[in-house]
Design a binder for this molecule. Sequence first.
Ligand SMILES: N[C@@H](CCC(=O)N[C@@H](CS)C(=O)NCC(=O)O)C(=O)O
Length: 312
Amino acid sequence: MHDLILHHYASSPFSEKVRLVLGYKGLVWKSVTVPVVLPKPDVVALTGGYRRTPFLQIGADIYCDTALICRVIDRLAPTPPLFPVAASGMQHMLAQWADSTLFWVAIPYTMQPAGAVHIFGNAPPEVLKMFAADRAAMTAGMRRPTVADAHAQLCSYLGWLELQLDDGRKFLCGDAACIADFSVAQSLWYIRRAPPVATVLGPYARLGEWFERLQAFGHGSHEQMSSDDALAVAAGTAAVAVTEFDGHQGFEPGQQVSVTPADYAQDPVAGTLRGLTRDEVAIERHDERAGRVMVHFPRIGYQIRKSEKKDA
Ligand SMILES: N[C@@H](CCC(=O)N[C@@H](CS)C(=O)NCC(=O)O)C(=O)O
């Protein structure tokens, strides 16, 4: 099997979700550090325009979005399972809620001035300005909660999570960890990075113990890799052949399409449609430096549109 190459940066909560999953599975992986803000030329060479963090590279296959990345990791390393049967359908719904609703309350809450000082450390004011401008452009059109909204909503959500653990269970959906635990953990991890605002977590003792259990999984073992080397891996490898195609979704294999996140960072990725299932879409594209790559997205949260040109 080719190496698992995670493209990420240290302070990214969604990356922490995947790092913990890699730890849970006890995996060995390569770590490529990507820029926190645009421009991201080496990212775009691999993804075709998707700028969000993290993404997973396996040879010339690029997996975008942690929902898909976690499924791919679980497929490659099924033990211990990330989607235990006993955790039922609820694990998926809880994970989706945490990745969207909880995340978009945890971030604005943590980024209030008292928290931002800790998140950015000694970064000069230009860096803060650049970051704010980048994220404002990325979320244009989204109504983000004020700090007051975020604080109130966060307290409700933390109360719900505490209640979920009320019967003494070890993890959110039972006695084994599941995808929902990792999705919720990333937001709490981010809040905890800013001690003056992390006091909000204080009253939730069970949640605190649960978080320590998650943290104990660690990050597996990894080695640093340069983005140049990651590009060379893609260029020197053939993407896996995608064969599954659900012809009932109004698309045909070989069609030119674009795939775009439906929520924020709506940068379309254009390519030739190769794979389509209920859960996943795969498009093939060519880049001067990365060569032929297959870029995979989850089906949920992404819009596929036909382009004009047809593939031969
Ligand atoms: N639905 C995506 C969301 C990823 C996401 O929003 N990541 C943040 C970082 S934690 C991001 O992309 N920020 C902008 C950037 O890194 O360029 C996923 O599950 O991977």
